[in-house]
Design a protein around this ligand. Structure first.
Ligand code: NAP
Length: 221
């Protein structure tokens, strides 16, 4: 995020405001996870594949007993996910979509050919339930959420975040219509969430922070 806490512009345009070092840091976090999680809007806007660069990180994963690439997980309530997005054009790892029965039939039909669908009969995806399913069905123990802000806020509210990796980039964007880390919602979080700083390093003009997030209500099993 920027120094004034913005994660993108008010138009949510794909912008690149961090360094190669930060990208590498992101890939490193991604490579440690069993599954990488992304909100539908970030997937639409950034059109990412959620892969890993080169072969070294995949080799390290295999040496740790993980799959070559993390499982790729998309969250959407409405389920209108474009099957032509880049993520569906690479078969590096299975794709799992958590959505609801609001997903229209034509999207179900086309997405079933490219991903495994978990559709719940609820207005929105219960994120704690989703994490349990990932654990039970896919043996996922560590999830890296790559945003965006709406999904991150929902995870925070559900007590499902235990670590925050935050890079402060040397920019100020300003503007009340550009989302911050916890989104655009006007409301305060239901209660303040305390973070403990567990790591800090600088590289160039960027600062890489790691926080332990508390309290973390574990999903019931
Ligand atoms: N600077 C950074 O590090 C960073 C990181 C990530 C993203 N971004 C930026 O953030 C922007 C997108 O953020 P965003 O907050 O608008 O969107 P987002 O969190 O990526 O996605 C929001 C969408 O995800 C689905 N979703 C969210 N919470 C859900 C829940 N609890 N259950 C089920 N589905 C849920 C919904 O999809 P449906 O609408 O399909 O129902 C919702 O509209 C993009 O511009 C992206 O570039 C920046």
């Amino acid at each position: 995020m920027t120094v004034d806490g913005k994660i993108t512009t008010r138009r949510f345009s794909p912008i690149d405001f961090t360094s190669r070092e930060d990208k590498q840091h992101l890939f490193q976090q991604r490579s440690l996870a069993d599954a990488v999680l992304i909100g539908h809007r970030t997937l639409q806007k950034d059109n990412v594949r959620l892969g890993l660069p080169g072969e070294a990180m995949s080799a390290e994963r295999l040496a740790r007993g993980q799959s070559e690439y993390p499982l790729r997980v998309i969250v959407s309530n409405a389920g209108r996910i474009d099957g032509d997005l880049n993520i569906f054009r690479t078969g590096i790892s299975p794709i799992v979509i958590f959505s609801t029965t609001r997903m229209p039939p034509r999207f179900r039909k086309s997405l079933r050919e490219k991903a495994t669908l978990h559709l719940s009969d609820t207005p929105s995806v219960d994120l704690a339930w989703m994490l349990r399913q990932l654990r039970v069905d896919y043996n996922v123990k560590r999830v890296a959420c790559e945003g965006g802000a709406t999904l991150f806020r929902s995870l925070l509210e559900a007590g499902c975040v235990d670590q925050l990796n935050l890079t402060i980039a040397p920019y100020l964007f300003g503007g009340k219509n550009a989302p911050t880390l916890s989104g655009l919602a006007q409301e305060f979080l239901p209660s303040g969430i305390r973070c403990s700083l567990t790591g800090m390093r600088t590289a160039g003009s960027e600062c890489f922070l790691t926080y332990r997030v508390r309290p973390c209500a574990r999903p019931k099993s």
